[in-house]
Design a protein around this ligand. Sequence first.
Ligand SMILES: Nc1ncnc2c1ncn2[C@@H]1O[C@H](COP(=O)(O)OP(=O)(O)O)[C@@H](O)[C@H]1O
Ligand SMILES: [Mg+2]
Length: 236
Amino acid sequence: MAGNGIRIEGLKKRYGAGDTAVDALKGVDMQVAPGEVVGLIGPSGSGKSTLLKCLGAVIDPTAGRMQLGDDLIYDNDWKVRDLRALRRDKIGFVFQAPYLIPFLDVTDNVALLPMLAGVPNREARARALDLLTALDVQHRARAMPSQLSGGEQQRVAIARGLVNRPPVILADEPTAPLDSERALSVIRILNDMARRYDTAIIVVTHDEKIIPTFRRIYHIRDGLTHEEQGEGREIG
Ligand SMILES: Nc1ncnc2c1ncn2[C@@H]1O[C@H](COP(=O)(O)OP(=O)(O)O)[C@@H](O)[C@H]1O
Ligand SMILES: [Mg+2]
């Protein structure tokens, strides 16, 4: 199912046109194998969020190729008719801001996606609770989002990104509001997911606590990427 992981070739994104146009991505190449967690690092304004949004079919690239799993999804134009289904079934998003649904409790915020995908409610809730437990927020399972701290909300949002076991997970600064121990436990969970479900995962981060854990890192600067070995430090 996860097939080839993520493959990006010559990806370009221009915002706007004419004098005010911004070339945010200038020909990005990147590959993430199934089962791999890769770091994406770069200064503010270098194009990290733009890259994740293109890959997540949230915005339209300008040119290039993108492959997710076995599917060529973009080749100078979208090759998938239903982008909403692509986002729902193939991609788990973890954003900087949690965007929880305010009128659903924590468990249902996480269980909603599998329910929408046709998983029976009991199983969806059980799956949600497993992830909430792994992320150490199970004691907040019945709380409403407004009752949670920022760090708790973020951990719930991470559970929601993982719950449908998508072949691709895109995480934009997922550990920014978390303390060191919780940040590392998030990375441990992402690595477990990757191994267990052959998920290809990209983590955008500045977080010095987690950067040493990546085996491979892409640096992005001025809209271009280059690849580097990471330390691949074991998480104790
Ligand atoms: N919607 C937009 N319209 C115009 N320019 C944008 C838009 N979003 C991002 N940019 C520009 O594209 C460049 C890359 O931004 P972004 O991908 O958000 O960088 P990062 O996430 O690395 O901080 C920046 O110069 C930014 O100002
Ligand atoms: Mg950003």
